[in-house]
Design a protein around this ligand. Structure first.
Ligand code: ATR
Length: 485
């Protein structure tokens, strides 16, 4: 079930929020502590769907100011008016006494997810609660796992959620582990607790109602992770193919501890900065390409084993070939100038070697170009010495030209010749200065979007063995980029 908290500050606005929330959720939480003079009876009698009446005191994160006796009286009135549930805090339950509504006995911890979650659960349950509610702050992705275990062990209807950004996944997966409900905000402005997602995101992107114990879980391992477009892309692809799967953002500090804890729950990961190299140690098997690239970016969980893979090299090469309408034979014997010697460069050069291209690496720090070139059997040059080079293809693998430095170009434009292929891994903006100049010189251009989308597409293919909806994924990324611009 999805519950939308009504957080309006007066009765009229609360009525308006209730009408908006009704078609989007199964139950509402009427936060009576948010309204200075709540019309308890009026709001509850006209409810279009079941109500949890809550009047939270400051000590548990609420806004109620006044006498404890008055607060409990509001809850009694809510019960008498017909609220399906009243939410009462552990330390008030005895004083409240019996009321003609089911009692949610709750405990909130805004600092941490305590070690003794089980004992707290026990104390809540022993009050004779009809529903136990525990909401604690997650300080690490691992805290969610303890909440999931608690939900699975619970002996009565239970709401168990972790608050804060690190607790988001508990809000998305509540139903999968047997939680009675999850809370979602009506809109961006009306969240009632840290980390709450909007009901739109929860329903449309994560398809909350569809998630059951059978749903396959995937996700991106990164730090930070909030900016990642991957959840939007993969979830849209799962939806398009009607797969019973969900893709989550995991903000991970310690990847090794994370994989050990989540290995029985998650079926596959995208891995990105800063965990692409460290994650290799946690794998049971490594695809040979991972050692060549020196990093993984995809994990498939196969028969309980973590298999590390790298699809970056393939994504880059396929995007280049598709971008100019050529097949896998195009790059053989072509002279390719690669600008940069960072992490992305190596994956692309491995792909170029696979296609038997003749590669020259040019970098601002020449020594890095030399080392990478020696390692990969390529040629190299300092970036400042490019004048003499003849190339069929130029690939920029640096961040030069990326927003906000959109007036920067990684190479002197005098290098550009009609008929060359020029490719940029930067996708924000889609048309970098390099690509604009290349077009003006009648070169074929390939922007960074294709590479980005094809990484996701190749991961999708590895996990699901299904053909990914590349066009849909591309359109979505374009829309997200436009909305951010
Ligand atoms: P990674 O790709 O591993 O994340 P990075 O730091 O993003 O690493 O790599 C960036 C690449 O862009 C490097 O090759 C870097 O050149 P140096 O090795 O000389 O640092 C290159 N780069 C970044 N800014 C640059 C600039 N203003 N001009 C030229 N090259 C630049």
């Amino acid at each position: 079930m999805i519950c939308i908290p009504i957080t309006a500050r007066d009765n009229d606005a609360a009525g308006e929020q209730i009408s908006r929330a009704a078609p989007l959720c199964d139950i509402i939480e009427l936060r009576l502590d948010y309204i200075s003079r709540p019309d308890v009876e009026g709001l509850i009698r006209s409810r279009p769907l079941p109500v949890i009446a809550t009047c939270r005191p400051g000590r548990e994160g609420g806004l109620f100011v006044g006498e404890e006796a008055d607060r409990l009286d509001i809850l009694r009135r809510a019960a008498a008016a017909g609220a399906e549930y009243i939410d009462v805090e552990l330390d008030s339950v005895a004083e409240l006494g019996r009321a003609p509504a089911r009692r949610i006995v709750s405990h909130h911890d805004f600092e941490q997810t305590p070690d003794d979650l089980g004992n707290i659960y026990q104390s809540l349950a022993e009050t004779g609660a009809d529903v136990v509610k525990l909401a604690t702050k997650a300080n690490s992705v691992l805290d969610n796992l303890r909440m999931f275990e608690l939900l699975e062990r619970s002996d009565r209807p239970t709401i168990g959620l972790c608050m804060g950004d690190d607790g988001r996944i508990s809000r998305i997966l509540a139903g999968r582990f047997g939680g009675l409900l999850t809370f979602a905000a009506l809109d961006d402005a009306s969240a009632s607790a840290p980390g709450q997602l909007t009901v739109q995101t929860l329903r449309e992107m994560y398809r909350y109602e569809r998630i059951t114990p059978k749903t396959d879980i995937y996700g991106v391992v990164a730090n930070p992770v909030a900016h990642s477009m991957s959840p939007a892309i993969h979830n849209a692809a799962f939806r398009e193919l009607d797969l019973d799967a969900v893709y989550l953002p995991f903000r991970v500090d310690d990847p090794l501890a994370f994989y050990a804890a989540f290995r029985h729950i998650v079926k596959g990961y995208s891995v990105t900065i800063p965990h692409k190299v460290t994650s290799m140690q946690a794998m049971d098997e490594l695809d040979p390409k991972v050692n060549e690239v020196g990093a993984l970016n995809t994990i498939v969980v196969r028969d309980g084993k973590l298999v590390g893979c790298n699809v970056e090299w393939l994504a880059a090469i396929e995007a280049l070939e598709a971008g100019i309408g050529e097949d896998a034979s195009y790059l053989r014997g072509r002279r390719v100038l690669v600008i940069g010697a960072g992490g992305a460069t190596r994956a692309i050069c491995v792909g170029l070697r696979e296609r038997e291209a003749i590669v020259t690496i040019a970098n601002r720090t020449a020594e890095k170009a030399r080392r990478l070139a020696v390692d990969l059997g390529a040629g190299w040059l300092p970036l400042a010495d490019l004048r003499s080079i003849e190339a069929d293809v130029i690939i920029n693998t640096t961040s030069v030209g990326m927003h906000p430095n959109v007036d920067a170009c990684p190479v002197d434009v005098s290098l550009l010749r009609k008929g060359m292929v020029v490719c940029d891994i930067v996708y924000n903006p889609l048309e970098t200065l390099l690509l604009r100049e290349a077009k003006a010189h009648e070169c074929a251009v390939v922007d960074g979007l294709g590479m980005f989308v094809r990484q996701a597409a190749n991961q999708f293919r590895l996990w699901t063995k299904r053909e990914p909806p590349i066009e849909l994924m591309t359109d979505l990324v374009m829309r997200i980029l436009k909305s951010k611009a």
